[in-house]
Design a protein around this ligand. Sequence first.
Ligand code: GLN
Length: 201
Amino acid sequence: MNIGVLALQGDVREHLGALAESDVLARPVRRIEELDGVDALVLPGGESTTMSKLAVTFGLLDPIRKRIADGMPVYGSCAGMIMLATTVLDGRPDQESFAGIDMTVRRNAFGRQIDSFEAGVRIDDVPGGDFHAVFIRAPWVEEVGADVRVLGRVSDGPAAGRIVAVRQGNLLATAFHPELTGDLRVHRYFVEMVRHAVDAR
Ligand code: GLN
């Protein structure tokens, strides 16, 4: 099982580390040949407008869209969630996404004055209690299509109830950054998704 981390921009090293701790040797993906060599992809947190520009420059936008359409498992955190959304609110006019998850996300949704905060998030399918989630200029999900499962919402604080984790088929997205907190449950959940997808081929 080969998992790649899109390494154009963002917290690539943290995702590689979290996957290594989940017993998966993941590799950075920057070029199309590297994309061809992976079964699954992680889209890191970072800056979705920059990631979008670099994906175009590196010729990866359409190839990744195609892999997603062909069923490749992808997990996106924060900017990675934005890159998986079919509709992005408060984005740049020329901002592109890989799409895949039928949802509307709002960038920097928790308010400009709140750069980062922490909150509890309960995630269906992931046992072990509330997730201690770190949000950094994070999006939230405003709307989901019929095929999207809402996996997690903010449990407490002013943003309680906001959708921050979703899954559609082989695509998983969180508005927060489990790669930064040492709690491996989301990464392990994704690795299981990849295992199922690879076994089903
Ligand atoms: N605000 C960023 C964006 O729009 C996402 C922030 C993050 O990934 N921590 O891409």
